[in-house]
Design a protein around this ligand. Structure first.
Ligand SMILES: *Cc1c(COP(=O)(O)O)cnc(C)c1O
Length: 482
């Protein structure tokens, strides 16, 4: 399997080269030249496979320059660091809705599904490509990617990680998780700005030749969801979720299932699109946005306009105005790097992108967009608990709202975070919120009767190791001092 740039001017790469590079020289993103197919018969044969077996079956079709032995070594991580034997347990709620829990990894958000395995894929990529220089991995985070990357890459040889997060745009637990990170090779920097400022700064640093020259002892890379090593492992749980329903007798082979996905950078839902292209019987992919509903508008009208007000919401990991992975979806629809290049050049200059009507129609056959206000998010939390005795975090609640509004068949809601990452927001739905985050955790525990994960419990006894905050114009200076 070979990988090419969405913008058409970068030649062909192996998977390991693409994972190590992160982003193409022409500013495009790596995409597979074609989608590997999985037949219904093969899906049937996987019915009783465990997570690791499904992972191997999917990844070996994409990572063709990794040996089966190497893939198994990477995939073993799911047994080592995930707390649930099923890795992604599925919970049946009322009204044909199922919740697929993607937060049983060490940092308690779905980012671990990819960021636990990606450092292993990355390390093997460095070996394969005979990379001698250290890798410098730049991460922009809206809250969860940062900690997941810090955890995944900590103390790996030959790799340094710098995380930029919006200083005032993450939850208390998210911030503490990052600020207390251990590891000789990690830096965490708060930014006076929002996620888009962090992401844009990181993208520009990549393409800044002067800076690259100054940093020439490093090879730059990215652990953001634009990296192929993030995208591919996320395909696995779409298959696994479907297989779990098949195994449990909830669906029959070939029956279509819809997925509702709480969306920010469009990475999670894009993996669902890949699963569908591969042959998984996926009906609709519901793209659930919060009050930052730029994607909703795009999928309704065909025009993406990033020039708009930015809202801080209760689902901060979705507070994004520029959804990077959308570029990949548009590429797969257009199948024409030159046309995409034109669109994105325009977008980079004007902040506006308009898709032709025919392409938009094609997208609308699969993607159903919706968005939830803050009130709707709280109502989804309250009503789901009231009706099902099941507590949602605010991100999953946004997807639940979308699922219930648009449901036409059995629907899997992807649950992307453990509730204790967002206790105070959740308690707002019940009017029980207090000022202190750790007090809120206790209140939420009494209410939900869910165990508090150890990694959250111990947070307030850990030492703050990283408390630097810099202006968004000064991010380069951080790197110059490495
Ligand atoms: C990152 C994140 C999302 C959004 O996922 P994207 O791949 O960026 O669309 C949703 N919920 C949570 C909890 C997240 O951490």
């Amino acid at each position: 399997m070979k990988y090419i740039s969405t913008r058409g001017n970068s030649g062909e790469y192996t998977a390991s080269q693409a994972i190590e590079k992160g982003i193409c020289n022409d500013r495009g993103l790596f995409v597979p030249k074609k989608f590997p197919k999985v037949s219904l018969k093969e899906i049937q044969e996987m019915k009783f496979s465990d997570y690791k077996e499904v992972a191997l079956n999917i990844l070996r079709r994409y990572l063709t320059d990794y040996s089966e032995e190497e893939l198994k070594e990477c995939i073993a991580v799911y047994d080592e660091t995930f707390s649930h034997p099923e890795k992604t347990p599925i919970v049946k709620l009322k009204d044909d809705v199922y919740v697929l829990e993607l937060w049983h990894g060490p940092t308690l958000a779905f980012k671990d599904m990819a960021l636990q395995i990606m450092p292993r894929l990355f390390t093997k990529a460095r070996e394969k490509n005979n990379t001698k220089r250290d890798s410098l991995i730049l991460v922009a985070t809206s809250g969860d990617t940062g900690k997941a990357a810090l955890e995944g890459f900590k103390d790996l040889k030959g790799i340094k990680v710098v995380v930029f997060y919006p200083a005032n745009g993450v939850s208390d637990v998210q911030r503490l998780q990052m600020q207390t990170s251990l590891g000789e090779n990690v830096e965490v920097v708060g930014v006076n700005g929002n996620f888009d400022d962090c992401q844009t700064a990181v993208k520009n640093m990549f393409l800044d030749e002067k800076l690259n020259l100054a940093l020439n002892k490093f090879k730059l890379s990215s652990a953001n969801s634009i990296n192929l090593g993030r995208l591919l492992p996320q395909i696995i749980y779409y298959f696994k979720g479907y297989l779990q329903l098949l195994r449990d007798g909830e669906i029959t082979l070939g029956e279509l299932v819809d997925f509702s996905v709480p969306t920010g950078n469009f990475g999670d839902i894009l993996a669902g699109y890949y699963a569908k292209q591969m042959g998984l019987p996926v009906g609709k992919l519901m793209c659930a946005s919060n009050k930052n509903n730029v994607l909703y508008e795009f999928f309704k009208t065909g025009t993406y306009n990033k020039q708009r007000e930015f809202f801080k919401t209760m689902s901060p990991s979705m507070d994004i105005l520029v959804s990077s992975n959308l570029e990949r979806l548009i590429y797969h629809i257009l199948e024409d790097g030159r046309a995409l290049n034109k669109l994105y050049n325009e977008f980079e200059q004007t902040g506006i992108l308009t898709l032709d009507t025919e392409s938009l129609k094609k997208i609308q056959e699969t993607i159903v967009p919706d968005h939830a206000s803050e009130e709707e998010c709280l109502r989804a939390i309250y009503e789901t608990f009231d009706k099902n005795n099941y507590m949602l975090d605010p991100h999953t609640a946004v997807a639940m709202n979308t699922a219930l509004k648009n449901k036409s068949r059995k629907t899997i809601v992807l649950s992307t975070a453990n509730i204790y990452k967002f206790s105070s927001s959740i308690l707002k739905a019940f009017d029980l919120e207090k000022n202190n985050e750790f007090e809120n955790i206790e209140i939420l525990k009494k209410l939900s009767k869910e165990d508090v994960p150890l990694n959250i419990k111990k947070l307030n006894s850990l030492e703050i190791l990283h408390n630097r905050v810099v202006d968004k114009e000064k991010l380069r200076d951080v790197l110059k001092k490495l």
